[in-house]
Design a protein around this ligand. Structure first.
Ligand SMILES: O=C(COP(=O)(O)O)[C@@H](O)[C@H](O)[C@H](O)[C@H](O)COP(=O)(O)O
Ligand SMILES: [Mn+2]
Ligand SMILES: [Mn+2]
Length: 403
């Protein structure tokens, strides 16, 4: 199935006796007589009784590009509030900009991770439908039934404090998959372990930090003191930080922004070799989406015991938290999720634009009449990680800066 990328493949739509409209991705426009073979092949040998071939069209050819604009617009809006000490506005304007651009895209989207499960957010709330084909009058300009439903996880301003105080590592970010392809993470904390692809499946969240560092050192062919682990600077991580240092590795403390840290693990040259510790679960799913596409290691485990994390997202009682998880269909609260569990869809797309400068992307830079952004778009289908450098012209700029 391929509906999410910009690659030059086609979508064959057909009707069967049992279903109204279905579609499969095909690599080229085939000879008419080969259409049935294609459908059978894609459906892994299940021969399908085609009642009517509907049409062959390019896959959603603009989604990959438009999604870049979604994160770019959110980042630009937020970065106008960089360094102003007002995290709420930096967040709010990013949400507004992201939503506005998203609603211009020819798609049927649904927010599965958004602006808070509990805070009655008016925009990009969980369950909100986005995309032009979800509008009330959509029938006037598109046939919503022809479009695949997609799930979207957003964090329009990941690292609101970082933006407010001009610190590195904030970004506008989202992940997309077909319906059901992203874990609808509750507003809970999550213990996380991210590491480079070479350590994938070797390190394990169930092992101690000391054991994982030894494994990491072997997998990466580095001595322990050549390893750098990112940990969020929180009281809950005091023991973890001591253990990492005692093992001989070095710790890079961050105040916020663990999505950026997880992503950094997947790229050599960032000097980040692991992310350890507890952050928010929704950010865990977004990180997992990127790591799944990049082949990096990511594991997450929900934290529901207030004795482990006392502040923030979760309730006062462990039992209440387990009950809340169970209401959401999470019957094994201790389950360790791999990247493929958290972003299980056949096709996964990840996009981020730096708000402030980070390990992988520059932040938004304004100039007279415009701005320059750097983004990263990762696609599981095309197996690409594209760094996109964009000049935005707001009005008639006096000059365009090359670098
Ligand atoms: O830093 C973060 C804040 O995200 P945002 O609210 O979108 O600006 C995330 O990267 C963390 O994963 C997480 O939200 C944080 O660790 C949880 O909050 P805290 O209680 O401060 O640790
Ligand atoms: Mn966040
Ligand atoms: Mn945020």
């Amino acid at each position: 199935m391929n509906h999410l990328t910009t690659d030059s493949v086609y979508r064959l739509q057909f009707k069967t006796a049992a279903s109204s409209l279905e579609s499969v991705a095909i690599p080229t426009i085939p000879d008419y007589h080969r259409l049935i073979d294609y459908v059978t092949e894609v459906r892994r040998g299940r021969r399908t009784q085609i009642r009517q071939f509907w049409r062959i069209c390019p896959v959603e050819s603009t989604l990959g590009l438009e999604i870049i604009e979604v994160v770019e617009q959110a980042a630009i809006a937020s970065s106008r509030w960089m360094g102003r000490g007002d995290k709420n506005t930096a967040d709010h304007v990013a949400v507004e900009a992201m939503r506005e651009r998203m609603n211009q895209i020819h798609m049927r989207g649904r927010i599965v991770i958004g602006e808070g499960e509990r805070d009655d957010a008016p925009m990009l709330y969980i369950g909100e439908e986005v995309g032009i084909c979800t509008h009330e009058n959509a029938n006037a300009f598109c046939n919503p039934d022809e479009l695949l439903e997609i799930d979207i996880a957003v964090d329009p301003c990941e690292g609101t404090n970082l933006v407010a105080y001009g610190q590195p590592g904030s970004m506008a970010v989202l992940a997309i998959s077909e319906k059901g392809g992203l874990f609808a993470a509750p507003d809970f904390y999550m213990k996380k372990l991210a590491a480079p692809a070479r350590a994938r499946g070797h390190v394990d969240i169930n092992k101690s930090a000391t054991e994982n560092l030894k494994i990491l050192s072997e997998c990466l062919d580095r001595s322990l003191d050549e390893l750098v682990v990112v940990v969020m600077k929180r009281d809950r991580h005091k023991d973890l930080i001591r253990e990492i240092r005692d093992a001989g590795a070095r710790v890079r403390l961050i105040s916020d922004g663990d999505v950026s840290a997880a992503l950094s693990c997947a790229f050599m040259g960032t000097n980040v070799h692991a992310l350890m510790g507890i952050g928010a679960a929704p950010e865990g799913v977004i990180s997992a989406a990127a790591m799944r596409c990049l082949g990096g290691h990511f594991q997450g485990q929900l934290v529901y015991d207030p004795a482990v994390v006392k502040t923030g997202l979760i309730g006062e009682s462990k039992e209440d938290n387990i009950a809340r998880l169970s209401e959401m269909g999470i019957t094994d609260p201790d389950k360790v999720y791999n990247a493929e569990d958290l972003a299980s869809g056949e096709t996964v797309l990840f996009a981020a634009t730096g708000i402030t400068k980070g390990d992988l992307m520059d932040g938004v830079r304004f100039f007279h009449g415009g701005a320059r952004t750097q983004s990263l778009v990762i696609s599981s289908q095309s197996k690409t990680a594209r760094f996109v450098d964009t000049i935005h012209m707001f009005d008639q700029p006096k000059s365009l800066q090359l670098r």
